[in-house]
Design a binder for this molecule. Structure first.
Ligand SMILES: Nc1ncnc2c1ncn2[C@@H]1O[C@H](COP(=O)(O)OP(=O)(O)OP(=O)(O)O)[C@@H](O)[C@H]1O
Ligand SMILES: [Mg+2]
Length: 412
């Protein structure tokens, strides 16, 4: 049956169909040519196959969006091709229109039962063919979109699960690390409560020193954990202000002086008084210094020396913290600025804790200033950590992150 030309024109006018490859499968070349010419008038890209096996090969190599599949073919029938494609995971959603010369109800029922999406009867009706093709391709494109969204959801779900697992293991490690200084504080307080009447003043002072040291460590670890989280999520606004590095260092050296004296370590603040003010976040830079100082003291034996220095190099200030301690084990060096990378501290005379978060915090705090941090260390020869910061502050100091500088800092 032929259709009036006007019907075809109406279809053409309604829809410009581009580039969707459609596979036409028929052992009769005339049928293939006929369907091809109808489809081409609408701009479809047409692939051809003249038997079932060839059809399966074309599906494999050219991934069509739709198949028009003849039933009566030698060797492999259209039903069998359909069954095979619908039975495979990768091709189960590929739409198939069964084209049959037999206008029998039984054939149509079988076509639907084996998973065909629609059927067409021969002789081909142009309008019906194009309408069905369009409808099925529309459904296919929606289906593709659903598949894409499903994949995207699966990917983000995997990422969430990975993050969740990471946070859980981080939480476990953190809780474990915080337990140690807290146990020391509680032990010392208990000791003082039990014996304070009978305790020599010197012993009492020593216990109070140790308690304060553990409390400081605990506070440093808690702030490291909180700040690492915020810095990683870029939720930590910088409060930029001119800071005198020598003064910031002096404050932290004074805080650690008792500990250093007790352990026979000399701390030098070798920062020149005339070093120009640095434009940076005072609290963050102070905490970087506290962490580097704590590391140096932790790993330097009695009789050793820790030197803090800073010099101007071009438009940068380079701060260094040098010790004469044990040095960093070589196997830790490649990942030393990563989370939870920690060595074993053998000096158990002092209450020392190795949670492996200090240098991670330092790296993030310096990076968010647009600066650099690196170190030189040799086992047995000591360690020197360097921090380079732009004198005028981060290059994007005028950007929103820095603009928030004057605003209140989110609770630490
Ligand atoms: N100055 C240093 N001398 C020798 N080893 C060091 C020095 N600084 C760091 N390390 C080594 O690097 C590891 C990581 O240091 P980092 O400051 O990140 O964590 P931490 O000191 O173990 O724990 P915290 O989270 O309390 O700072 C330490 O465990 C230690 O083995
Ligand atoms: Mg540390």
């Amino acid at each position: 049956m032929t259709e009036p030309a006007s019907d075809v024109t109406a279809v053409e006018g309604r829809e410009a169909t581009q580039g969707s490859p459609i596979l036409v499968v028929d052992d009769d070349q005339r049928n293939v040519r006929l369907m091809e010419s109808i489809l081409r008038t609408q701009g479809y890209h047409v692939l051809r196959a003249f038997n079932g096996e060839e059809a399966l090969r074309v599906v494999e190599s050219d991934r069509p969006d739709l198949i028009l599949l003849d039933v009566m073919m030698p060797k492999m029938s259209g039903f069998e091709v359909c069954q095979r494609l619908k039975g495979r995971y990768e091709t189960r959603l590929l739409p198939i229109i069964i084209v049959t010369a037999l206008n029998s109800l039984e054939d149509k029922v079988q076509a639907l039962e084996i998973g065909a999406d629609d059927f067409l009867s021969k002789p081909i009706n142009k309008v019906e063919l194009l309408a069905k093709v369009r409808a099925i391709l529309r459904v296919k494109s929606l289906q593709d979109e659903v598949e894409r969204q499903k994949k995207a959801l699966e990917t983000s779900n995997d990422e969430i699960l990975r993050m969740q697992g990471f946070k859980e293991s981080m939480a476990q490690m953190v809780v474990h690390d915080l337990k140690n200084p807290l146990a020391s504080i509680m032990g010392n307080v208990q000791l003082i409560q039990m014996q304070h009447g009978a305790m020599p003043p010197q012993r009492l002072e020593e216990l109070l020193d140790r308690t304060q040291e553990s409390a400081r460590q605990l506070m440093r670890m808690i702030l490291n954990i909180l700040h690492i989280g915020k810095l990683e999520e870029q939720k930590m606004p910088l409060r930029l202000e001119p800071i005198a590095l020598r003064d910031v260092i002096r404050e932290h050296v004074e805080e650690m002086a008792g500990l250093a004296t007790r352990d026979g370590i000399v701390i030098d603040n070798a920062v020149a008084a005339d070093l120009p003010a640095l434009h940076a976040d005072r609290e963050l830079i102070g905490r970087v210094i506290a962490n580097l100082l704590s590391n140096a003291l932790k790993h330097t034996p009695g009789g050793g020396r820790v030197t803090l220095a800073a010099r101007l190099e071009g438009d940068e200030v380079v701060l260094s913290v040098k010790d004469t301690g044990a040095g960093i084990p070589e196997d830790l060096l490649p990942t030393i600025f990563e989370k939870f990378v920690a060595g074993q501290t053998d000096n158990r005379k002092r209450m020392l804790y190795d949670s492996g978060l200090g240098l991670t915090f330092c790296r993030l705090a310096i990076q968010c200033h647009g600066g650099r941090i690196w170190l030189h260390s040799r086992p047995g020869e000591g360690t020197e950590v360097f921090v380079a910061l732009k004198l005028r502050g981060p290059a994007d100091a005028a950007a929103p992150a820095a603009a928030a500088a004057s605003g209140p800092r989110a609770a630490a």
